[in-house]
Design a protein around this ligand. Sequence first.
Ligand code: SAH
Length: 402
Amino acid sequence: MAKRKSSRPHKRTSHIFLSPRLKAQLRQGHPWVYRDAVERAPAGLPSGAWVRVQSANQQAVGLWDASGAIAVRIFSATTIPDAAWVKARVREAWERRAFLRSPESATTAYRWLYGESDGLPGIVVDLYGDEEDRRWAVIKSYSASLERVRKWVTDALASFTSLTGVVDRSGEGWAMLAGAPPPNEIIIRENGLRFAVDILHGQKTGFFLDQRDNRATVGRWSPGKRVLNLFSYTGGFSVYAARAGASQVVSVDSAPAAMTAARRNFHLNDLDPTGHEFIVADAFEQLEKYHGEGRRFDLIIVDPPSFARTKSQLPQAIKAYRRLNALAMRCLAPNGLLAASSCTAQVSPERFRALLADAAADAKRRFIIQHEAGQPPDHPVAAHFPEARYLKFLLGQVTERA
Ligand code: SAH
């Protein structure tokens, strides 16, 4: 009996027609197509279907999402991805981070795959190695439509390094995709320092890997200083400051578990927590209190959580950053240092600088930026996807107005 055509694995790929205004971004390789840019699509197309998109004379291949703001995630200019294609992207991302695996970097935890910037939109993988030479990969994927791609990524990971387990932290909890789960605490190394990480329950995928280089910067500016680390989480900046010879480090976070972990991280780096302070409090209230008491610091780190997830929250967020940093500036000794960070992609670096100038004026000060940074090289920003740049970090002196 002749084989029926429909039983063949290659179904016809659907075609989607986009507004011609997307032509230039499609040509550059921008990975997002918002739903309002879709002019024509077949009815009832299921999430996770590969589609060929067209804007004017420009074409590309992407993954359809039936719900959500992003209708298509673009993967390739020409090719419908398969397992081998995905593995090639994972390999490129692996090689892009080779410098982090040199012994001199003394770092065992980093972002292996940063979604759009590494050519796999909507999927992030962090790698955590511990002192017993065990390694866990932690995956976050940002839409159910990515399921098949996520599976190919999971399969590819183990061919580049031996993995003890692969954890999925896409949803609320966690699930194992392969191997054995990590214990509640593993010890990673970052720039030679030791940190306890809870991969299954910690914030993000367990550790704020994106502040690695900025923590090292703070270390360099800390010797002899009275340091206040606001929104300290597990004491990342605090450990760098104390190890570099800060005279005192005060860590503040509203989460009690973060403070317990911060003390633990001091111990892990042979630092005596006595003489330092670990305070569970609201950072705004704590600053008001210090200001009222006349207590001053030589270096204050301000690294709050994102204050704006969407554009509509932006005005509120800018107000909060401004108030917070003005308060911090008032608690600095004359010519003290402010290290101000923002992880809100909605706030551009220009906007952040401008709001800090306003904050300084509110505090009757001036902010002289001496160091400006963003994300470390394991969080790359593709030139055609500027949205990947979210982290701002500015450090400099806060002076009296002349
Ligand atoms: N600087 C940290 C990461 C900070 S993440 C690092 O390098 O690892 C932001 C932290 O702010 C979280 O730990 C959260 O618990 C804390 N937080 C959120 N709102 C807060 C508030 N109002 N006051 C104090 N801490 C707060």
